[in-house]
Design a protein around this ligand. Sequence first.
Ligand code: AMP
Ligand code: FES
Ligand code: ZN
Ligand code: ZN
Length: 306
Amino acid sequence: MKCNICGNIASIKLDYANLRLCNLHFVNYFKRRIKRTIEKYKLINPGDKILIAVSGGKDSLTLLNILSELREDINFYLEGITIDLGIEEYSNKYIKIVKENYEKFKVEYKIISLKDELGFTISEIIKSMKRRRPCSICGAIKRYMLNKLAYEWGFNKLATGHNLDDLLYILLRSYIRGDYKQALKLYPLLPGNDRLVTRIRPLAEIPESDIILYSRIKGINFLEEKCPYSKGSKGFTYRKLLDMLEQESPSSKLSMLRSFYNIYKPALESYYLKRPIKLKYCKSCGMPTSNEICSVCKIIARVQRG
Ligand code: AMP
Ligand code: FES
Ligand code: ZN
Ligand code: ZN
């Protein structure tokens, strides 16, 4: 098997692009695709102040590596944030890994403790909210905290490591649940307003398998262990399904996302525009919400009541 670019021995086979590549040309191809996503969806402009949310997993650490390399070319400011969720040993492990990587890629960072910010760790919150799925509570709290801090610290963009498989999982889930509002949030750029900071997802069109290859080739040390509360999550089944589909018919993941953007999303938007949600500000914390009190303030009030 020979590299399609240089003719040396190829180590990587990308069926979706019908390419065989050596490590060097795979790395170039990978970076070029992310740059293309950034340009196509106008994710980054010169002068931007970008806060990158880093969890210690392969996706956000790969993004940290790529954005740290691009910041001089495009001329934007980059800083990292990691939330210490207080999930015992698991949090200690990813905090150690993110610190190593922030230093390696020379990116300023802040580690924020959820216990200090909200008064409770994720473990304490999950234990007292037994009836709700842990990952959905944790996801809501992470989104809230990341937006709140990016806003308070004066950043105009928040970058996350969501990849192609993450977006397709959300798409499938929202389709099955009939939750079209969730589906509408699936885009590489989610424009902000007032207290809602613009969110960008530069890895939105990159399959998870390519991110694993890239991080291994570049020697990025990431946490492979999954969060202890994710056991039994339906996410794994959806992802297996998507992988089976891709194996049977290469490039189906990307076509699924593109058809959503080009056909279903515009149709949903025109339906949705007739029923706009009026954003208000939470009476308790002042952050944007569609209700009187935002979902995170409600969760914290429940935990306080015990
Ligand atoms: P997840 O919701 O765990 O799939 O993570 C999605 C994205 O959220 C990651 O790629 C990160 O950019 C960000 N993220 C997740 N966990 C954290 C964390 N503890 N601190 C900062 N950012 C995070
Ligand atoms: Fe939040 Fe697992 S990372 S519940
Ligand atoms: Zn090559
Ligand atoms: Zn609130």
